[in-house]
Ligand binder design. Structure first.
Ligand SMILES: *Cc1c(COP(=O)(O)O)cnc(C)c1O
Length: 401
């Protein structure tokens, strides 16, 4: 039998082994952490970013680094991508890709609900450089079709989207986007590569905040963009090397160590989230629960089609969210009342609709109506961790009382 390559392994083998090889000199089984910023090389290697090719030896860590390269290659195996570039954070990955792809006169079509930082960057910074930005509710395909313009260069979606848990049909949107010659980027942070592989569904770029599920332990920030070889080579030259928001090798090492258990953790996140969501659905003080894995999610059929794991993110609403936020922050003992998500610990945070609308989203009347259908006056965003589900439900029960 021919020895299988990383791309042919099954997923749990990939998360453990892909991208990692025993050290050729020492035989070390665990990945080396190479913190060196520079590398001893032969004379007369090209020195300008313009002349750098992907197969060159490591020269300087802002250009490439052996530890970061191992993580990049693991992420490629997980998302069925040809190439990957890691960044210092998820935001550095998004803003790097946007500045690479968009020029003066281009149009960015953005999902009306995205990670708030992405929306704020698009509202406040991109127009300064002559980029036109409009937004649309991406779950409404007719609206997406109508919002595409002759100068649309990039369409950016997030599924499930933060914080609503509303889904976008990647395959359907990809075909509309390609119809006008634009490219589609997907922020797949909430899904992780275990749930959804956007490149297989027609997306041109996939992005992850490695700070969330992939790192998984809340102790290292990072981001990644995955795409074809040429696209990533271009991105490395123009954005990695010149903007310089590259991933620290130490964080790459931590994230790689976290990623080894990604399949196991996602299984536990999903199992716990389903239990916590079902528990919340019958609590008298809870008016609405939103979790893609529940039949009550308005897009449960799309979730079944597009997600191989429903992930650990859910939201719920109560009558007076502001007062309840105060109460939960004081009474919860297992959950941490904190932003971020995808960590092994359970996290919860309240997001008031009016506040987000004013600071970040600036939705139209119709968009806001659709937002309120999922969020009402505000929602608790819950990142269900991998603790015992019974302890999580008990903690919520005593804190909600
Ligand atoms: C957290 C997050 C980001 C930003 O990632 P950072 O690593 O915090 O910069 C982008 N998109 C989504 C969906 C996120 O949850």
């Amino acid at each position: 039998m021919i020895k299988k390559e990383a791309k042919d392994w099954l997923e749990r083998t990939k998360v453990v082994h892909a991208g990692e090889l025993p050290d050729a000199v020492t035989g070390a089984s665990a990945p080396n952490l190479v913190m060196s910023s520079t590398f001893v090389v032969e004379a007369n290697l090209p020195f300008s970013a313009e002349d750098i090719s992907e197969d060159m030896p490591h020269i300087y860590t802002r250009w490439s680094n052996p530890t970061v390269a191992q993580l990049e290659s693991k992420l490629c195996a997980l998302d069925n991508a040809e190439a990957c570039l890691c960044f210092a954070s998820g935001m550095a990955a998004v803003t790097g890709l946007f500045t690479e792809l968009l020029s003066q006169g281009d149009h960015l079509l953005l999902s009306d609900v995205t990670y708030a930082g992405v929306r704020e960057f698009s509202n406040d910074i991109l127009p300064k450089f002559g980029v036109e930005v409009t937004t649309v509710t991406m779950s409404d395909l007719a609206a997406v079709e109508a919002a595409l313009q002759p100068n649309t260069k990039l369409v950016w979606i997030e599924t499930p989207c933060n914080p609503l848990m509303r889904l976008t049909d990647i395959e359907a949107v990809a075909s509309l986007v390609h119809g006008v010659g634009a490219v589609l980027g997907v922020d797949s942070t909430f899904a992780s590569p275990i749930a959804t592989k956007p490149l297989d569904l027609g997306a041109d770029y996939v992005m992850h905040s490695l700070t969330k599920y992939i790192g998984g332990h809340g102790d290292a920030m990072g981001g990644a963009i995955l795409s074809n070889k040429q696209a990533i080579a271009d991105l490395r030259k123009s954005v990695g090397i010149h903007s310089g928001a590259v991933l620290s090798p130490f964080n790459a090492w931590l994230i790689m160590r976290g990623a080894a258990t990604l399949s196991l953790r996602m299984k536990a996140h999903e199992e716990n989230a389903l239990k916590v969501a079902s528990f919340l659905e019958v609590q008298p003080k809870v008016s609405q629960v939103c979790y893609p894995g529940l039949p009550s999610h308005p897009q449960h059929d799309l979730a079944k089609k597009q997600m191989r794991n429903y992930s650990g993110m859910l939201t719920f609403q109560v009558a007076d969210g502001v007062a309840m936020a105060e109460q939960l922050s004081k009474k919860l003992s297992v959950f941490h009342y904190a932003v971020s998500l995808g960590h092994h610990r359970s996290l919860i945070y309240y997001m008031a609709t009016d506040e987000l609308q004013a600071s970040s989203y600036k939705l139209t009347k119709e968009q806001l109506e659709s937002y309120r259908a999922f969020a009402g006056e505000g929602l608790f965003r819950v990142s269900v961790g991998i603790e015992d589900a019974q302890d999580l439900c008990d903690d919520l029960a005593q804190a909600l009382a």
